[in-house]
Design a protein around this ligand. Structure first.
Ligand code: SF4
Length: 390
């Protein structure tokens, strides 16, 4: 008799490591704030654009992708209206018009951003990458204490993209992140997350499992091929994933500095520009770069202001350690699923995340739980793998 599989995701494990109480709110009681339950997100549309451009070519028309995304968001909002009615007993007339308005604003900004990213980053790299997968779900087993296939726990997630760099043959797992921060600062924060190592574990597992020359022992240790609809097959001509690539893109499209009426370019610090754009403007207006040496030096020292590609390379031992720690964490979480009342709260210092945002469950933990519950709706755990969220 086969045992029922249990699913872990990166966001579930990181949530639990951060705060057991938060794990219980989200993954045992399955609560999310009603305000963000089905809110359209910038990242979901941007991911659709990236998939279209990378899979179908850089001349892909973005408008139909945007319209299809908008239709999905409106359908989701209609489901959310029903959920609110069922849980809270009233009709929230504001949800649909607010969703439409938000979709239009996101579509405008995301289209402008995708076009600028396409022209400034993808066009110069055209032909460099082979896309193996885009937006591909995976489900791989975790390991037991002895390093064998775990009979119960699987690690699920979604690769934004798996690419082969044709100039080097190197295979990388790429994850797109859009941010309002400076891209390099943001990358430093994300690198501390366990997503890179968890996704490298998944990619390495698939590579080992699907190699034609895999030995009987390797197959025994890594699982016989079991390829369902959701189970990607690692192409036999492809090497192992060698790194995790964070493709960080700032949400603000940079501009050339304005030309002042008195002549010359603005040197104002609040002009959203980059070193290259500023230099291009100097040359286009026939100005002398020496007159702008201070601004150019400042922009260069600031680092990339729009796009930053960060490589996260991790060794075999780190991946094995992650698998071990994840297994131990999951065993502990099983107790909380059976006895949620045993969950302890995080130190209040950690009730604010690394981006400075207060935990969304704060009112449940520190306010009147019964009153605060009215602001939450049920949402199936791991729903992020079904939606097109960031
Ligand atoms: S408010 Fe603090 S204690 Fe409560 S779930 Fe969030 S992080 Fe945990």
């Amino acid at each position: 008799m086969s045992r029922k599989k249990r699913i872990a995701t990166n966001s579930m494990v990181t949530t639990a490591k951060r705060c057991r109480k938060k794990f219980v709110w989200r993954y045992v009681h399955e609560l999310v704030p009603a305000s963000k339950a089905k809110a359209p997100s910038f990242g979901s549309l941007f991911h659709d654009f990236m998939r279209g451009l990378m899979m179908n070519g850089l001349d892909t028309d973005l408008a139909p992708l945007s319209q299809a995304w908008r239709r999905r968001m409106i359908e989701d909002a209609a489901v959310h209206v029903e959920q609110v009615r069922a849980m809270l007993g009233f009709e929230d007339d504001a949800i649909l018009p607010a969703t439409e308005e938000k979709c239009d604003a996101i579509a405008k900004d995301a289209t402008a951003l995708a076009e600028y990213y396409r022209d400034s980053v993808l066009v110069p790299e055209q032909g460099r990458y082979r896309v193996i997968w885009a937006e591909q779900n995976f489900s791989v087993p975790l390991t037991t204490r002895g390093g064998r296939i775990h009979p119960t726990w699987r690690f699920n997630g979604r690769f934004d993209m798996v690419l082969q760099d044709l100039s080097t043959g190197r295979v990388v797992i790429r994850d797109y992140k859009t941010t309002t921060r400076m891209p390099a600062d943001f990358a430093t924060m994300v690198e501390l997350d366990t997503q890179p190592i968890g996704y490298l574990y998944a990619g390495t597992y698939l590579w080992v499992r699907d190699r034609p020359e895999a030995t009987a022992r390797e197959v025994a240790l890594n699982g016989a091929p079991d390829i369902g609809d959701d189970e990607p097959f690692w192409p036999t001509d492809l090497g192992r994933p060698e790194g995790f690539e964070l493709e960080v893109i700032r949400k603000k499209v940079p501009r050339e500095p304005p030309l002042l009426k008195k002549g010359g370019l603005s040197k104002a610090q609040n002009v959203d520009t980059t070193h290259d754009l500023y230099l291009a403007a100097i040359h286009r207006h026939g100005l002398n770069p020496d007159d702008y040496a201070d601004v150019l030096a400042r922009l260069k020292a600031r680092g990339p202001a729009f796009h930053f590609r960060s490589q996260v390379n991790l060794g075999k031992q780190e991946i094995i350690r992650w698998a071990e720690e994840t297994r131990m964490c999951l065993e502990d979480l099983r107790v909380l699923e059976l006895h949620p009342e045993r969950a302890y709260r995080a130190d209040p210092m950690t009730c604010q995340n690394q981006y400075g945002r207060r935990c969304e469950y704060h009112t449940l933990c520190y306010g009147d739980e019964e009153i605060a519950r009215a602001d939450f709706v049920k949402r199936e755990k791991h729903s992020e793998l079904k939606d097109d969220d960031e």
